[in-house]
Design a protein around this ligand. Sequence first.
Ligand code: AVJ
Length: 431
Amino acid sequence: MLAAPKAAGEELLTRLNQARQRSDELFAIVRPDSLYERPIPERHRIVFYIGHLEAFDWNLLCGRIIDQTAFDPELDHLFAFGIDPVDGSLPTDQPSDWPSIEGVRRYVKRVRASLDSALAKASSHASPELYSQLLNVGIEHRLMHAETLAYMLHQLSPDRKIAVKSELEAVVPPVAPTMITIPAGPVTLGLRRADQHLFGWDNEYEAHQVNVPAFAIDKYKITNRQFLEFLNAGAYDEPVLWTAADWQWRKQQDITCPVFWRKAGEGWLYRTMFGEIPLPLEWPVYVSHAEASAYARWARKSLPTEAQWQRAAYGGANADEKPNTQLAGNFDFQRWDPVPVGASRQSVSPLGVSGMFGNGWEWTSTVFAPFAGFEPFSFYPGYSANFFDGQHYVMKGGSARTAACMLRPSFRNWFQPHYQYVYSGFRCVTN
Ligand code: AVJ
């Protein structure tokens, strides 16, 4: 039985290297003269994240599964923490406050080399459970940044980027919006601690069953076409459609359309990763939670709860808890932008709901909070707990830039309701 942990260790190192390739590819779309830009005012400059991914791995693994202390305490600390974009004051640092790009790249190279040689030895003496858990944390942390950095680079002007071609998308006829009835029944949320061979973040535990009353849900995600009707109905100027906090945000920030849209004369343009195109009416709309909620109110519907979303995705005769092995859809970095909601290569859930995996996360009405039995990771206590503040909502599904491993049923994503930059849309329910 000695062979098993070693093979598992090798697989993890392969996955770590693949994740590094993903993040390297992402930074490579930025023109070298633009690496000190700050595309989103509330976040760090791009250069921070180049150092952050390595500093995170180093700070996580050092002293836990590898016996080595810091070799560059200053940079390990400088690149340790990101920032959560909540309403408030903006960072004011200047490009000259950061080390040179050559210095940062040297740090990345040195961290990778030291980690790799230490990890090769660690796999033989560290506890296999801890080894696997910590490497999964490093890998998924990096893959999550590969996605959230894509949101950030999406806001960088196309003339500061080097375009990467995506496969052409098949032309499909528009689909007619319709709703699917979901019968009352049970669904499982979360991961069982007993399933030790599966990796989950702290917020995925403990597993529990929820009985969900019958409801109906949109078969497809809400499209740009549908959202345009809402906008054209004057909904951005109709306070009754917004909560008090959402309306205040909408007024203060002068939000008048989704951040991915731009008014051009009488029509609308859409900002894809590498340039503007006429508004693609059949693509899912990407909006903040505030805009999604206002749409749902306008349609006299609601956003689904986390349990409703889970039941629509996994419920059905004997289908509860079916693992995601055969998923098809627009995820795992195949493309930079969405495809039409009616595109053929997408999974349909056992109960008939289309495209719940990839092509855009989906907002729920559930405030991000711990499940009963939650325990923070001792080595990363703030990963989830810092966001159990009533100011974040659960998102489920995944986007074109979500790694396949995070499409597992128990994965929970979250953002605050006024963050417009996420690749997240929604669908509505009636109860
Ligand atoms: C789980 C995507 C909400 O980006 O804020 C990355 C992931 N946490 N580094 C975020 C995360 C720390 C997190 N999300």
